[in-house]
Ligand binder design. Structure first.
Ligand code: FMN
Length: 410
């Protein structure tokens, strides 16, 4: 990178006073997490924060990112670089986005639309989860051209529901379809079980949860305005009069199992836009996806929520990026808690990184104002980290010298 540059510094934009005030209280995402722990209803915090087993997979994701060192070069850039990127032919303002999540409305009723609005305002990708609390059509209205959609396997009746969701996504103008590969079985998240969520984020309030709601007036008010958490996209197929329990049962019957490669190929045939597979760790799987004509790979271990024995995606990223070359776009998630983490992912071969829990912590801490603050923090930190290492654009991070002792060799 260093022979290219000497780019004029981008002037740091004046910060709006609200950002300055929030930044003083929540200067990093870690502060949002701490606040969410104290202020969100207990079941909501356990849902957003908990992982598989004893959370060791989450801890490994964080430690693995922390262990990646970037060797800065100086005298080559002046000031803050631009951080905008192009992903699948569309322009985004930053090399990060909001990962798909089922049940963010457990954390904050109405969260899917809040996240979609924040992403549209900032022009970063927003991935609606199939198991989210708003329909594809509702999100399309607010997310507009930054709208991506995630699908789990719904294979009954020759994928009748899965293919119908693809049709709806296309009609609604979704930019990227993301197939999640890494949930071949249902696993248990201990902390969800303990608070009565049934281990799969199923919202079925009992007395203890009712007490949590009553003692969290901000959350209760959001529920009063937005209704209780629900699986909006799945309800569509469960029938107009289906109760929450009916929808849960219906979802359990319809969704499940891992997409086979043959099934991925069928979705490739149906979806004409960019198609991404999420949850890849092994380079051979990435190669297989590329052979099927997949446009993007998300290196991910589901944020440590499926099983704690999976390696940290950042440690698999270099091998996957090498295997994919320039045949597909490589993305990464799991453990991102700062713009510095985003830059680590860029340096190791990702074109963008996604965050899940960071956005949920912000909802737990600040309600509807939270996601915008996370985007501002990540943008500022990404820009500062790139400027610090001497990169004048996100793609330049790849040229930096890296110490990454834990990188997996396959
Ligand atoms: C509460 C919660 C629910 C999630 N639900 C889904 C989902 O429905 N589909 C999916 O593909 N990934 C889901 N994920 C995984 C995220 O898309 C992403 O892979 C993960 O959160 C990234 O790790 P991070 O939380 O450390 O940023 C969920 C994550 C969380 C925290």
């Amino acid at each position: 990178m260093h022979d290219v540059i000497k780019k004029t510094a981008a002037a740091a934009p004046a910060k709006n006073p609200r950002y300055v005030a929030l930044h003083r209280r929540f200067p990093t995402i870690a502060y949002l997490r701490k606040h969410a722990r104290r202020h969100a209803p207990r079941f909501a915090f356990e849902y957003m924060d908990g992982g598989a087993g004893a959370d060791t997979g989450i801890a490994r994701n964080w430690a693995a990112l922390d262990a990646v060192e970037l060797v800065a070069r100086y005298g080559v850039t002046t000031g803050l670089p631009p951080i905008d990127v192009e992903l699948f032919g569309r322009h985004y303002s930053a090399p990060f986005g909001i990962a798909p999540m089922g049940g963010p409305s457990i954390v904050w009723p109405g969260a899917d639309l809040v996240l979609a609005k924040a992403a549209q305002r900032a022009r970063v990708p927003y991935v609606l989860g199939l198991a989210g609390g708003a329909t594809i059509e509702q999100v399309a209205d607010v997310a507009g051209d930054v709208f991506w959609f995630q699908l789990y396997r719904c294979a009954k009746n020759d994928h009748a529901i899965g293919f119908d969701l693809v049709r709806r996504a296309d009609t609604a103008g979704v930019h990227v379809l993301m197939l999640t590969l890494d949930v071949p079985v249902r696993t248990t998240r201990t902390r969800e079980v303990v608070v009565g969520l049934g281990g799969a984020g199923v919202f079925r309030p009992g007395p203890r949860m009712m007490w949590d709601i009553v003692t969290s007036p901000g959350w209760a008010w959001a529920m009063f305005k937005n209704g209780q958490p629900r699986f909006a996209n799945i309800k569509h197929y469960a029938g107009a009069n289906a109760s929450l329990n009916d929808v849960i049962q219906f979802a359990r019957n319809e969704m499940g199992g891992a997409f086979s490669w043959d099934e991925v190929a069928q979705y490739r045939d149906r979806w004409k836009g960019p198609l991404v597979v999420k949850g890849v760790l092994h380079p051979a799987d990435a190669e297989r996806a590329v052979k099927l004509g997949i446009d993007g790979i998300v290196v991910s271990n589901h944020g440590g929520r499926q099983i704690e024995a999976l390696p940290a995606p950042i440690d698999c990223l270099p091998a996957v990026a090498r295997a994919v070359g320039n045949h597909a776009t490589v993305l990464m998630d799991s453990g991102i808690r700062s713009g510095t983490d985003v830059v680590r992912a860029l340096a190791l071969g990702a074109s963008a990184a996604f965050a899940g829990k960071a956005f949920l912590w912000s909802l737990g801490a600040l309600g509807a104002e939270g996601p915008g603050h996370v985007i501002d923090l990540l943008a500022d930190e990404t820009q500062a980290a790139l400027g610090q290492i001497g990169a004048h654009a996100p793609a330049q991070a790849r040229s930096v010298v890296i110490r990454h002792a834990a990188a997996l060799q396959f």
